[in-house]
Design a protein around this ligand. Structure first.
Ligand SMILES: Nc1ncnc2c1ncn2[C@@H]1O[C@H](COP(=O)(O)OP(=O)(O)O)[C@@H](O)[C@H]1O
Ligand SMILES: [Mg+2]
Length: 389
């Protein structure tokens, strides 16, 4: 896709809405730039879209983020426009996995399995909400802030509803002949121009995981005269190379993962548990411990995590919970406020205990009983959170 970020003036040190002071540029995407900004003592990520360009992806993205709020997706603080820009204000996250891949080139089996497991849970959440992301790639996966143990999915600029939320019927499988997404990680069907569904996000995740393990994919560095020709060559190469060839030298589960996603029907509900279990089995078979220590987690960071956890025991988390909640009550005026209490909680299904454990971003596991109804679950979370403090 075209990169129009050259159109952007540097807006470091500029203030918007008399509130958000831009400190530094943290990302450059397809349609604009992302800046780190400060308002009073809080930091945010501001995503800018130039109004000169003939597209309005950012407003659509803001609506989807607002609708999806929850799981490990950045929460939206506000959305507004100036004469020059549309601006989305959201939760500030840490570095992207694209950044870490560039630093390290190859990521370890353990890091890749922990990432895959987490991204599967976030995708399951997004898909349950009738949305497909359509651009799963390393740059659109970010770690949380403050030495976080959690991965987030960002960039919902290309996200779209894939089924009716009333009937749960998929929209027709049309072929529009044009790719939406990034050719390197796009599914074979997306490259062929087919309407995307849940299977395509999962196939892309398969390519992303293999990219991390191998440090490259065979369809990189392809020469072509035009974008169309390049996409066509990437498609050819992806169809030619079997999953067993692509995953040669790595645990068989990666090949099975890819084959499963490539053979899914358009409307098929993915077996997320099975895919997660494949990755957890790889860890088990290789004696790897799921301890959230990634390839980039330094000793210094482990020490800081411990300090953060220690200071949280002094009641800081409780304060954060309350302030987050009131922020949502006041800013978004939601109908279903109970849902907000789940915000920033990362669902993780534990096969062994048959309970869903919600890990808050503050590192504290909060156990939810499967049989409770929604209100009770919220209360259980709140009361167990209070018990911890
Ligand atoms: N909330 C955020 N916090 C921190 N960094 C972010 C955040 N959102 C995006 N980024 C960074 O900015 C980059 C570009 O943002 P993205 O939303 O992907 O824009 P684009 O649609 O132009 O690709 C991302 O690859 C990521 O590195
Ligand atoms: Mg992006």
């Amino acid at each position: 896709m075209e990169d129009d970020s050259t159109e952007f003036h540097d807006i470091t040190n500029k203030t918007f809405l008399n509130k958000y002071h831009c400190i530094s540029k943290i990302g450059k995407g397809t349609f604009g730039s992302v800046y780190k900004a400060r308002y009073n003592k809080d930091y945010f990520a501001l995503k800018f879209e130039s109004k000169k360009k003939d597209h309005d992806l950012l407003e659509k993205e803001a609506k989807i983020l607002d609708y999806l709020h929850g799981a490990n997706i950045p929460y939206i603080e506000s959305y507004f426009s100036t004469d020059e820009y549309n601006i989305l204000v959201m939760e500030l996250l840490g570095k992207s996995l694209g950044y870490y891949q560039k630093q390290l080139n190859i990521l370890s089996l353990k890091t890749v399995c922990m990432i895959g497991d987490q991204v599967l849970s976030i995708l399951e959440y997004i898909h349950d909400h009738h949305i497909v992301h359509r651009d799963i790639k390393p740059d659109n996966l970010c770690m949380g802030l403050n030495h976080s143990k959690y991965v987030y999915i960002v960039d919902f600029g290309l996200a779209k509803k894939y089924r009716s939320n009333a009937t749960l019927m998929h929209y027709p499988l049309i072929n529009k002949k044009r790719l939406t997404g990034t050719p390197r990680y796009a599914s074979i069907n997306a490259l062929k121009g087919f309407e995307q569904s849940r299977r395509d996000d999962l196939e892309s995740l398969g390519y992303v995981l293999m990219y991390f393990l191998r440090g490259e994919l065979p369809w990189q560095h392809i020469n072509a005269k035009s974008k169309e020709e390049r996409n066509q060559k990437i498609l050819q190469k992806k169809m030619e190379i079997s999953s067993s060839k692509l995953c040669e030298g790595f645990p068989i589960e990666f090949e099975k993962f890819l084959d499963y996603t490539k053979n899914m029907e358009y409307t098929q509900t993915p077996d997320y548990d099975m895919l997660r279990n494949m990755l957890l089995n790889v860890m088990k078979n290789n004696n790897l411990i799921y301890n959230y220590i990634f390839d980039w987690t330094t000793k210094e960071e482990i020490k800081k995590r411990a300090e953060v956890e220690y200071s949280r025991k002094d009641g800081l988390i409780k304060k954060r919970y309350i302030s987050n909640k009131s922020l949502f009550y006041s800013n978004l005026n939601r109908n279903n406020v109970n849902k907000n209490k789940f915000r920033n909680l990362n669902a993780y299904n534990n096969q062994h205990t048959n309970t869903n454990i919600y890990y808050s971003n503050d590192y504290l596991p909060i156990i939810k009983d499967k049989d409770l109804n929604n209100n009770d679950q919220v209360n259980a979370i709140c009361s167990s959170a209070c018990n911890i403090f």
